[in-house]
Design a protein around this ligand. Structure first.
Ligand code: NAD
Length: 529
């Protein structure tokens, strides 16, 4: 199937070429309106946006073929991720592509603020030669406080260390060891506010970081402090910042981002002499635009060609290096989940994936997601995929648990999917990988078997007496159904479970006939892809 890609914002030629080289059809429509997108989105498998287009719930509702929304850039404030997740659409961004540009802009802003370069330039354009009004400060030897030490924060630190600045850092998710390696002193937000001469924020905007710098914190700062925000509007409370700038509580601010963009033509931020503003251009360099365009296109091509999902914000990403190991287990887990749902009906309350063995001593969340996806696919309406499977299952009140065990079982590597039902009963299935790539179902409830998880399977329980296999074989043969493989496991109670891989169409009539045979207790049909 050829995929069609909609690019509804401006994208570089090299980015577009990634799609065409992969054999996909691209519509590059940088002027298209929201209403027009809503009309045509049903034709597309992937949709690329920057910051102009908005992926809203009403458009997503019409996106019947859409598999992925790719944002060339970082912020996804213009994507309704909840709506996309519900429809099983991957949302991805390109977080690395504009790191250098944004770090360089942050530093340009900081130095502009320290040396009043924009103000001096305006005065020059007015015909003046005013040397007195633009007394600046050095950054050498000063203390820089960095809040958020991710990609951009760290690049800013590296560069500002070479200017001779002392760096204080706040990031609850970066270990102190890493801070030390970067030459950063780990501090609280309040310590930074009290000690820093310059402060720059590089966190995402979240409920935790909204108003991270507010009136109370501004009041603790030195009167000489200069603040930079090239991250997201709202991390610094804008009203509180204006008050501090007007009253002289702080010396200045440089802002590239705002709560609501564009800011009004008469915004005080445009007028204050101690403020430097730019219109959200930190990532606007030739290199960054090129990087994000190529990055988003490559990521989308990988998804549509069935490869690895990278930088997804609503799906489990799989480390490409681990894919050769994880991939076959994901496939097996998906089939085990689908097997259990068809094998045992009932209101599930808990789905547990247990892992043991050296091959599975890795991050197994993608394998668990695959098991959940297989489990819910046969019983869900609408598309089920890697993006929405966990959500659908949770919405049905099923808890998802993942555990790792160090005990050695009969099989070196073992993955078990266990489902607990409302009445407290359990059903479980275990699988392993023979010679690393041949999947087998080896345990079904309390029976040890050796079944190939493929195609159509007939599962039956029978009294462990002679003649059963012959009778079942005859009944299937009479209906033109060929037995591909057969496996059975016995219990001490005199029963056996038989799993038969069959070729040919099996309908409910045949299952009924098998059920009526002597010594057969029950028969189930399981279809695996
Ligand atoms: P990143 O994910 O690499 O880094 C973010 C860092 O913030 C992480 O280290 C994380 O641990 C930290 N963090 C998260 N919550 C925190 C909290 N409550 N307190 C302190 N730290 C917290 O992201 P990045 O690529 O470095 O981007 C940083 C910011 O820059 C983002 O807000 C991004 O949207 C913005 N950005 C702006 C532009 C622009 O054009 N102005 C361009 C690119 C990125």
């Amino acid at each position: 199937m050829t995929h069609k890609i909609l690019v509804s914002d401006k994208l570089s030629e090299d980015g577009l070429a990634v799609f065409t080289n992969a054999g996909f059809e691209v519509d590059h429509l940088p002027e298209i309106t929201q209403d027009e997108i809503k009309e045509c989105i049903g034709e597309y498998s992937a949709w690329v946006i920057r910051s102009r287009s908005r992926a809203t719930a009403d458009i997503i509702e019409n996106a019947t073929k859409l598999q992925v929304i790719g944002r060339a850039g970082v912020g996804i404030d213009n994507v309704d991720t909840v709506a996309a997740t519900q429809r099983g659409i991957i949302v991805m961004n390109t977080p690395g592509g504009n790191t250098t540009s944004t770090a360089e802009h942050t530093i340009s802003m900081l130095l502009s603020l320290a040396r009043k370069i924009p103000q001096a330039y305006i005065s020059m354009t007015e015909g003046k030669w005013d040397k007195k009004s633009f007394m600046g400060v050095e950054v050498y030897g000063k203390t820089l406080g960095v809040m958020g030490l991710g990609r951009i924060g760290q690049e800013v630190v590296r560069r500002m260390k070479s200017f001779g600045m002392q760096v204080l850092g706040y990031d609850p998710f970066i270990p102190d060891d890493r801070m030390r390696q970067l030459g950063v002193e780990s501090c609280t937000v309040d310590e930074i506010c009290e000690r820093a001469d310059f402060i720059t924020v590089h966190t995402p905007l979240s409920p935790e970081t909204k108003d991270l710098i507010n009136a109370a914190r501004l009041s603790k700062m030195k009167k000489t402090v200069r603040i930079v925000n090239c991250a997201r509007g709202g991390i610094i409370n804008e009203d509180d910042l204006l008050v501090a700038l007007k009253s002289g509580q702080i010396a200045g601010a440089a802002l590239d981002v705002f709560m609501s963009e564009p800011i009004p033509a008469d915004s005080d931020f445009r007028k204050l002499p101690n403020v430097v503003v730019t219109p959200h251009i930190a990532a606007s360099t030739v290199e960054a635009q090129e990087n994000v365009a190529i990055e988003v296109a490559n990521q989308i091509v990988d998804v549509l060609k069935g490869g690895v999902v990278r930088n997804a914000l609503n799906a489990v990403s799989v480390d490409p290096e681990l894919l050769p190991v994880v991939g076959p287990w994901m496939d097996l887990a998906d089939k085990m989940g689908a097997f259990l749902t068809q094998f045992r009906a009932g209101k599930a309350v808990k789905l547990t994936c247990r892992y043991s063995g050296p091959q599975l001593d890795i991050s197994t969340s993608a394998i668990t997601t695959a098991a959940v996806q297989g489990f819910v696919r046969p019983i869900a309406e609408g598309p089920v995929n890697f993006v929405n499977a966990r959500q659908i299952v949770r919405d049905r009140g099923v808890e998802i648990i993942e555990t790792h065990h160090s005990e050695v079982y009969q099989y070196e590597n073992l993955c078990t999917v266990e489902v607990e039902y409302e009445d407290g009963s359990l059903a479980y299935i275990s699988g392993t990988m023979f010679t690393s790539k041949h999947p087998r179902i080896v345990i079904l409830n309390d029976k040890h078997i050796d079944a190939v998880p493929e195609g159509t399977l007939i599962v039956l329980e029978n009294n462990d007496v002679p003649g059963i296999i012959g009778r079942v074989g005859t009944a299937l043969g009479a209906n033109n159904i060929n037995i591909g493989q057969m496996t059975w496991g016995r219990t001490d109670e005199g029963t056996a479970m038989t799993v038969i891989n069959v070729d040919g169409a099996v309908d409910d009539g045949i299952i009924e006939k098998l059920t009526e045979l002597p010594d057969i207790k029950w028969v189930k049909l399981v279809r695996l892809s």
